[in-house]
Ligand binder design. Structure first.
Ligand code: GUN
Ligand code: FE
Length: 438
């Protein structure tokens, strides 16, 4: 077992919070973690538990169990367009994204793609995600329904957008409010689901729409707000032109009360100092999406600055601008983004961002993110050496930090042996071909 015991406020502090139990035992009950310790220490408890209750034992010797990965920014209705060629953000939206998202007016299509999408998350070891739907309420109903069937912890919302997109994807501010309210009533705080108000980004939001988002956020303070911020330089100029009265891009959201706890901003690549300060002062969250930022040529996220400014950060795959659902691959790209700015992303820090850090970024660190007693039992069983190259490299790595670093550098979905949600196995690599157990 490997996890990070408590949230960390400085990268120097990771070593002190690392927990590694080489030959361990974890006891679960009712979807929660009851106990974690060494096998030796635990044997007495195990015998007692076996006597008093019917007990199932899953044996994963030689595997590495880590907390389920948390993806803090992903678009489920872009799954089928990963790897769309040749464009940067604004042209990419017009040429690929908007046509793809129009298919989600159909409830059956949404259902089929929701299943596919959740299977992809689980076979990659991701057990919680903050997810964009499309403008259609059907898209979000389908996704929540699938997640509720396995009692997954998921945050999602329908896109709110009333300009600068094809007519088929636009709504009026009144329709947006009505549909959003209905979805909140149906899904928010039901089982492990939460709702996120999801204005796509400033350029597709009129002042009247942002005003609706503000009123909903005031009325439902524990609902999330999820959007994009400062991703691409052409986007930045467009926002400046559109909102000359605002001090900077973030100010457009801030002036509408859309900063603060549970407000999550994807990308944040070209922020000026006052925007960083505003994110800190309001305790807003950033989703760092390295594969997307590289794929669309958007820029390099400054992770070091997020530590200096003490802003919450989680990892996002940002599928379909991102090129993988896999968190190990995402961490590997994050490391390279660090290298280009002379920032050394350690394996401990990287795994933290993908687990407890992501949970903290979503204000869920009291529920998920590590193996502390009482946490929800969402975890991944990793098999560290599956390829010849991984095995060769593993024989040459000594410390835990080194082993984890090799895993994130060479790892992918082949390394995910099994995934558990709410204490139940929802994916087993060898038992099935890329789906959930029946
Ligand atoms: N900005 C506005 N919409 C999108 C989107 O769908 N993907 C990304 N990466 N950025 C956006
Ligand atoms: Fe995105």
């Amino acid at each position: 077992f490997f996890d990070i015991r408590e949230p960390v406020l400085r990268p120097e502090d990771f070593e002190a919070q690392v927990r590694y139990v080489e030959d361990g035992l974890m006891l679960l009950s009712g979807g929660h973690i009851v106990w974690l310790g060494s096998w030796q220490e635990g044997e007495g408890r195990l015998a007692l538990a076996q006597k008093t209750a019917g007990l199932e034992i899953d044996d994963y010797r030689d595997k590495l169990i880590v907390p389920g990965f948390v993806d803090t920014h992903i678009h489920y209705p872009q799954t089928e367009m990963i790897g769309a060629y040749g464009e940067q953000l604004l042209e990419w939206l017009t040429r690929y994204t908007f046509p793809t998202e129009q298919q989600y007016h159909c409830a059956d299509y949404s259902k089929r793609m929701s299943k596919f999408f959740l299977d992809q998350l689980l076979l990659n070891g991701t057990t919680t995600a903050l997810v964009f739907g499309t403008v259609h309420p059907e898209s979000v109903d389908a996704l929540f329904k699938e997640a509720s069937d396995i009692n997954m912890r998921l945050v999602a919302g329908k896109v709110m957008m009333d300009k600068n997109a094809p007519d088929a994807l636009l709504e009026t501010p009144d329709e947006s409010e009505r549909d959003t309210r209905a979805l909140i009533a149906r899904w928010h705080n039901r089982q492990r689901l939460s709702y996120a108000l999801t204005p796509r980004f400033a350029p597709t939001s009129s002042p009247a729409l942002l005003q609706k988002v503000r009123l909903l956020k005031q009325e439902f303070p524990d609902v999330y707000m999820h959007t994009h911020l400062s991703e691409n330089v052409a986007e930045l100029s467009w926002v400046k032109e559109m909102h000359p009265e605002h001090q900077h891009y973030l100010d457009v959201y801030h002036q509408y009360g859309l900063t603060g706890e549970r407000c999550v901003f994807a990308h944040c690549l070209h922020l000026d100092d006052s925007e960083w300060d505003c994110l800190h002062d309001t305790d807003s969250t950033i989703a760092f999406c390295p594969t997307s930022n590289l794929f669309l040529g958007s820029g390099l996220f400054n992770l070091q600055k997020s530590w200096q400014k003490q802003v919450r950060v989680g990892m996002g795959t940002d599928v379909g601008a991102g090129t993988t659902f896999n968190m190990l691959e995402t961490l590997s790209e994050a490391y390279k983004v660090g290298q280009l700015q002379r920032y050394r992303l350690s394996a401990f820090e990287a795994f933290y961002h993908a687990t407890l850090g992501g949970a903290r970024a979503l204000h869920l660190d009291d529920k998920i993110g590590n193996f502390n007693t009482g946490k929800e039992a969402d975890f991944v069983v990793l098999e560290p050496g599956v390829s010849a190259l991984q095995k060769l490299r593993a024989t040459n790595s000594k410390t835990l930090a080194e082993k984890l670093f090799v895993l994130m550098t060479l790892g992918d979905d082949r390394n995910v042996y099994s995934t558990y949600v709410d204490g139940e196995q929802v994916y087993a690599r060898d038992a099935l071909q890329g789906g959930r157990p029946a």
